[in-house]
Design a protein around this ligand. Structure first.
Ligand code: SF4
Ligand code: FES
Length: 251
């Protein structure tokens, strides 16, 4: 297969970027999108040109680092898949493909397709710890967790922190990400002690980091490679109101 790629090039955070056009040939439909960029980078290296910078690690949909907009869609056209899980057979032979970094003020471009997603780390850090009783090893059956509760927490824990929800949202809101993190711990009995302070702190950090507000557009859920449900945003809003009211009542 042969493709024409319009790829965003930007030397650094402050530089003005632009789209650069390249052609790649001899691509197998079974190759992943990242493997196709690897081939392009090998070609660029042979021509003595600088390779395209892009983030990647696991290449199996786990780490969340392969963030890129492909033809205007976060992680490309395949529903429930990251860019590294996207196969070239998803595109017609001879297609023109535009590849850009995430576009959000809170995710500044570092170089080419690589953005700084450390704002997510700071949101997670602000969620704080989970209080546990230390001492002797607790019997595994001492704290039974109902299956429904456990499944809800596990579904939220699937969030890989990729940032596609922010990139897809016209407001660049991080609500789906924050709600997945809040919903993960808030659904388990072990996460109840800090539940109110956690939601308050994480939402405050989200605002401080410059993410936009959620206006229930729903693009986040559609773009999420782990199909995290916007139901977690509903839960977050409920927890946030409870937390705010409790603060007022307690003075
Ligand atoms: S909620 Fe989905 S899109 Fe957002 S960071 Fe988590 S996995 Fe990525
Ligand atoms: S490289 Fe890890 S999710 Fe794509």
């Amino acid at each position: 297969m042969k493709f024409t790629l319009n790829i965003w090039r930007q030397a650094n955070r402050k530089a003005k970027g632009q789209l650069e056009t390249h052609t790649v040939d001899g691509i197998s439909g079974d190759m992943s999108f990242l493997e196709m960029i690897d081939i392009l980078n090998e070609n660029l290296a042979h021509e003595g040109k600088e390779a395209i910078a892009f983030d990647h690690d696991c290449r199996e949909g786990i780490c969340g680092s392969c963030s890129m907009m492909i033809n205007g869609q976060a992680h490309g056209p395949e529903r429930g898949a990251t860019s590294c899980q996207l196969h070239m057979r998803s595109f017609p032979d001879g297609a023109n493909i535009t590849v850009e970094p995430w576009r959000a003020g809170a995710f500044p471009v570092i170089k080419d397709l690589v953005v700084d997603r450390s704002a997510f780390d700071r949101i997670i850090q602000s969620g704080g710890f989970v209080g546990v009783n230390t001492g002797g090893t607790v019997d595994g059956n001492a704290l039974p967790v109902p299956k429904q509760m456990q499944e809800r927490a596990m579904d939220a824990a699937e969030c890989i922190g990729c940032g596609a929800c922010v990139a897809a949202c016209p407001n660049a809101s991080a609500m789906l990400f924050v709600s997945a993190k809040v919903g993960h711990l808030g659904s388990m009995p072990q996460g109840q002690a800090e539940r109110k302070s956690r939601v308050k702190n994480m939402v405050a950090t989200q605002d401080r980091e410059g993410f936009g507000h959620c206006t229930n557009i729903g693009e986040c859920e559609a773009a999420c490679p782990k199909t995290i449900s916007h139901e977690y945003i509903v839960q977050l809003n409920r927890d946030y109101v409870v937390s705010a009211v409790t603060s007022i009542v307690q003075g």
